[in-house]
Design a protein around this ligand. Structure first.
Ligand code: PHE
Length: 348
């Protein structure tokens, strides 16, 4: 077969294969086969050496033309392949800007945390500082220093979870705090008046759980100690809190109550939001809902931490938190707050 025919056949074969199409890998294989250093075309060009000058000129020109043609065909095939890849990627990434956005699921704070935050910020706006204290506490702070020495009957009023741990060198025993009031003592031990604090936190009581009781719940403690603080400050502050939290139209009632660490002691109730004082199932027919216990800090408590009770006085209060969103929203079973049922929690 003469060289011209060989070149003709080579051309037909190469272009035929290219026209058949393929992917990037087969295109690259084609390039190596027909345009690479070891290609048939290169071999033909090498064999030119054995030809006459006339023949060399002719075949040389022919093979150069073929090389240019194959190069051009390769470029076109390559571009076509790239364009095809780009357009299919386009189709995949196209954003339909007319589609409505997909809502991103966001959680929110638990209703009890919401209430704690809201109440804390009402008090910070009135000049109180927010503190937290330990949930595992010494009986010394939970009882002794709050005017409840050992064997004091008030210790039995709240059944306590005692920890199975040996007492410390001073004979203090470990428990789960039954209220946030120990933070009154801890704060006054380290700070001198003026003191204005609120303490949100979890407390524990060894009680059976039912629709209105939990063995673990949250409280906010409040304490203000300064020169000349009176019962009027207690009432004014707590009344203002109730107006800001429950609304200006709810009546508030103070009555006497007893806690060993305050004298006099009081309880604050807010007009029932459901019946507005007429009496209903939520307020147990009384028209009022107890919100907190409070009172003037007992002189024994002040003296216990070395604060002169002749010079300084103070008021303290403590409120249970779970009942508050319960009262606001009319929830009938307090256990729902810790049932982790999203259908319930999402409503807040
Ligand atoms: N510690 C009391 C309770 O748990 C509430 C309280 C706090 C009462 C401060 C008076 C003063 O019910």
């Amino acid at each position: 077969m003469d060289i011209k025919t060989q070149l003709e056949e080579l051309k037909a074969k190469a272009l035929g294969e290219l026209a058949a199409g393929g992917d990037g890998a087969s295109l690259e294989a084609w390039r190596v086969r027909y345009l690479g250093k070891k290609s048939q075309l290169t071999e033909i060009l090498r064999s030119l050496a054995g030809l006459s000058i006339e023949e060399r000129k002719e075949v040389g020109a022919l093979s150069n033309t073929l090389k240019i043609e194959l190069d051009a065909a390769f470029k076109i095939a390559e571009e076509t392949l790239l364009a095809r890849a780009a357009s299919s990627a386009d189709a995949k990434d196209t954003i339909d800007i007319s589609l409505p956005g997909r809502p991103f699921p966001r959680g929110h704070l638990h209703p009890v945390c919401q209430a704690l935050g809201e109440i804390s910020s009402i008090f910070t706006a009135m000049g109180f500082q927010v503190l937290e204290g330990p949930e595992v506490e010494w009986d010394y702070y939970n009882f002794d220093m709050l005017n409840m020495p050992k064997e004091h009957p008030a210790r039995a009023a709240t059944d306590t979870f005692w920890l199975d741990a040996p007492p410390n060198d001073a004979g203090w025993k470990m428990l789960l705090r039954t209220h946030t009031s120990p933070m009154q003592v801890r704060t006054m031990e380290k700070n001198r008046p003026p003191i204005r604090i609120v303490v949100p936190g979890i407390v524990h009581r060894y009680e059976a759980t039912d629709a209105t009781h939990l063995s673990m719940f949250s409280q906010i403690e409040g304490l203000a100690v300064d020169e000349g603080i009176s019962m009027a400050d207690l009432k004014g502050t707590l009344h203002e809190f109730a107006r800001r939290f429950f609304g200006t139209d709810r009546r508030v009632r103070f009555r006497c109550d007893f806690f060993p660490y305050v004298e006099p002691g009081a309880e604050m109730a807010v007009e029932c939001g459901v019946c507005r004082g007429d009496g209903c199932r939520l307020c147990g027919g009384s028209g009022w809902i107890e919100v907190l216990g409070a009172g003037m800090v007992h002189p024994n408590v002040l003296e216990g931490v070395g604060i002169d009770s002749k010079k300084y006085s103070g008021f303290a209060f403590g409120m249970g938190i779970e009942r508050i969103p319960l009262l606001r929203a009319g929830v009938e079973d307090i256990r729902l707050f810790y049932g982790n049922d999203l259908r319930f929690l999402r409503q807040f």
